[in-house]
Design a protein around this ligand. Structure first.
Ligand SMILES: Cc1ncc(COP(=O)(O)O)c(C=O)c1O
Length: 413
């Protein structure tokens, strides 16, 4: 007899729990956290490189001068001084914002959640890149959203495909609540939306009255080429909500992100945020404020760029050496991820357990779609490991793929 107990609360859960799911990456964290595993799965920022003296100084300064403020509740929309800092950070990427249009969130993830909470009723359509950030897909599913993927190529979202989806929805009498996009160094694709497509996408949004949620946590981590204008900066019609985060340029543990939107939207979002957490941590906001307003963040981001550029280069060189003929992968100009496509009949799902047996982990491509696509894909992250570990990880993965191909050959496939 099975010893598994039935869940005694089964009959009480809300309908939405039936479609709530964990992201592929979160599920992996416990498996891949073992020290012997080389995890190309996680997408972890290199927090060990955060300067100790700066950390100590900020902590001491807050304790000396702002202890009570840091321990108190704060305004739901966040501290005004941090909104000014955010305007400075966005200006470094060429985007000018009015600090009054900024709302501070508990990480970029909460910004995604609040936008969805504000706009989506169960059954509403949200458009998302295919593949799309898994954490956004988990949010969309927890609001019982009908996610429709729009295919991408090396230049990001394919706009003809977007138009076709919009036409189809119109014919079905439906309207997408918003389009979720990561134009810079997308997670998981590693692709960047071209300038031409950015311009056209913003035009299209105006023509079709389409709201866009532009998620840009990686924009400042560019390792080559010129920064491209954000969709937010190109839009003149109020169709773009911008989502930002300090997770990749300071620390994910600091849980500080933001949203920029027209005041009418911000007011609704702020009501939603009150219901979620009253305010984001004042202590963390003060930490970020001191780091940004002192200017120390600029050197740090520069150092991160160098660090991640070398790691990316190590991964790309190893892929060229170790992956079989017929495999292709994206060459990201920034961010944390390479998206590999394996030749048929290889299936990343079949390789996953075999890779873990060899103590190497990646994220299966189908975790970045809601509809089962992506089985031939792997997301490989280079952000959190030194170069030798990346090389060794890709070498092991190449071996696992080679063994699988041998097996297929033996089976006459
Ligand atoms: C595209 C994208 N958006 C948002 C997030 C959420 O990050 P956070 O909540 O730490 O700001 C991530 C994290 O990996 C991401 O890759």
């Amino acid at each position: 007899m099975s010893t598994r107990k039935l869940d005694k609360y089964e009959g009480r859960y809300a309908a939405r729990t039936r479609v709530m799911r964990s992201s592929a990456m979160r599920d992996l964290m416990s498996l891949t956290a073992r020290p012997e595993v080389i995890s190309l799965a996680g997408g972890m920022p290199a927090t060990e490189s955060f300067p100790k003296d700066v950390f100590d100084q900020i902590a001491a300064d807050i304790s000396m001068g702002q202890r009570a403020l840091s321990l108190q509740y704060g305004p739901t929309e966040g501290f005004d001084f941090l909104k000014e800092d955010i305007a400075t950070v966005m200006a470094a990427e060429g985007t000018m914002v009015d600090p009054a249009h900024v709302l501070i969130t508990t990480g970029g993830q909460q910004a995604i959640d609040l936008v969805t909470k504000t706009f989506v009723d169960p059954g509403d359509v949200v458009l998302a890149e295919g593949p799309s950030y898994a954490g956004a897909l988990t949010t969309f599913s927890s609001y019982q959203t009908d996610v429709v993927h729009v295919p991408m190529d090396a230049d990001g979202l394919i706009l003809e495909e977007l138009e076709a989806v919009l036409d189809r929805l119109t014919a079905e009498g439906k309207r997408a609540k918003f389009l979720y996009v990561v134009p810079n160094f997308s997670n998981p694709g590693g692709t960047t939306l071209s300038l031409e497509r950015r311009r056209r996408l913003v035009e299209l949004a105006a023509e079709r009255d389409l709201l866009i949620a532009e998620d840009n946590p990686y924009g400042l981590l560019r390792y080559e080429g010129e920064a491209l204008p954000t969709l937010f900066s190109l839009d003149t019609a109020g169709n773009v909500i911008y989502l930002g985060s300090f997770s990749k340029i300071i620390s994910p543990g600091i849980r500080t992100g933001w949203m920029v939107a027209p005041p009418a939207i911000l007011q609704k979002v702020s009501f939603g945020k009150q219901a979620t957490d009253l305010c984001s941590s004042p202590l963390n906001q003060l930490f970020v404020h001191r780091f940004v307003s002192s200017g120390a963040w600029r050197d740090y981001v520069e150092r991160l760029r160098e660090l991640y550029r070398s790691r990316r280069d190590a991964m790309l060189a190893s892929l060229a050496e170790e992956f079989p003929t017929g495999s292709v992968w994206t060459v990201p100009q920034g961010g944390f991820f390479v998206w590999a496509t394996l030749p048929p009949p290889l299936d990343a799902g079949d390789l996953f357990v075999k890779a873990l047996e060899q103590n190497v982990a990646f994220v299966r491509g189908d975790g970045f779609y809601v509809d089962g696509q992506g089985r031939e894909n792997m997301r490989l992250s280079f952000s959190g490991l030194p170069e030798e570990r990346i090389q060794e990880g890709i070498r092991r993965l190449g071996g696992v793929i080679e063994d699988q191909l041998e097996l297929y050959r033996a089976m006459g496939m």
